[in-house]
Design a protein around this ligand. Sequence first.
Ligand code: 1GP
Length: 246
Amino acid sequence: MAEVLIRQKIDGGQRLLAVLIDPDKMSFDDKSSVWQLLGRHRPDLLLVGGSLLTLGDVHQTVTWLKARFDLPVWLFPGNYQHLTPAADALLLLSLVSGRNPEFLISQHVAAAPLIRRMNLAAIPTAYMLVDGGVPTTVSYISNTQPIPANKPDVAVATAMAAELLGMQMIYLEAGSGAANPVPPTMITAVRQAVGLPLIVGGGIRSAQSLENAYLAGADIAVVGTAWEQNPAIIAEMIAVRNKFGN
Ligand code: 1GP
């Protein structure tokens, strides 16, 4: 099972790179250099989703990716409609940094029968939005406030609560297109406080900020916007990941 392989890599101390694919923003054309580059410089994981999908189709996107890349594809849903049995696993996100019951539990109630029917491997994930310096789609759509970037103690207590509640992963998120990524000091504080795999994303635009995230303790770093804007950056990102024992 794909999610088990990822867990094994993390438990073995590897640092992983995930590429976020937003079905709304990509062109799924075999001839596009984006996909050729991705085939040559292989990340560990593909995430499919986004806070707001309009024209993009999650099922078609996942099916297209699975037919072309021998890579695990996990769902990163904005809501319970963004599900498909074609994916290898689902990040079942609970927005624990916020105080909006819709994204803490309501979406999950709506999704649960579908997840069961699709036989999807769900990974309960504490989704923690951190202020990335600009308003982000996830903050606006979820109607929640991010954790202030200079309050690592709040992030630590939130992550501890998530671990006690039985979550299996933590996702520290500055929001897609964030001006600033999650501060390394906050990543390290959370890393030291909980034993769960740590996903970090939002605003990672350069090899240096990726390296900073790994050095601070990220197990999986997620890159979306930087790769959409400059697909060739994947080669640099893979080179950084490979420095961490892959
Ligand atoms: C967003 O963490 C991801 O959910 C990726 O963010 O688009 O800023 O890379 P970016």
